[in-house]
Ligand binder design. Sequence first.
Ligand code: DQA
Length: 161
Amino acid sequence: MPQSVLVLNGPNLNLLGIREPEIYGRETLADIAALCKDAGKRLGLAIDFRQSNSEAELVGWIQEARGKKAGILINAGALTHTSISLLDALLASELPVIEVHLSNLFRREEFRHHSYISRAARGLICGLGSQGYVLALEAMARIVGDDAATGKNAPKAKRTK
Ligand code: DQA
């Protein structure tokens, strides 16, 4: 069975295609999901692609991923700039995390220049639109392969006592 990567999308990303197209482009979230699934097939990864406008739901999904998923790719939307809960959940997952943003945060308002979740991320891709998701999955495939080879992030052996 291929290893599964959780691809999480935060608030307002369900509006892609109609939301500020001059910043985010015309592609919809369904288009990006299809791109990720195609990349997953090519890379031998199963893609579990989700979106929520709720911080609590995102935290719940990250908690469930621990020990089950091989890694997490996350575009947390505006929660990137506000959410210590998401940071804590990502750290607690002990999974490799890659942060993605469609727009280049550093060409935008100053409040978008800080990401709480970057502290939990192996890497960050921003400003490359939907291609950033595909590049992040390519990096994740490499990380997951390396982790499997070294035993890192392998499920912990069960105690017998
Ligand atoms: C975003 C950037 C965030 O600042 C913004 O709040 C979003 C989308 C991006 O993909 O460029 O919702 O994460």
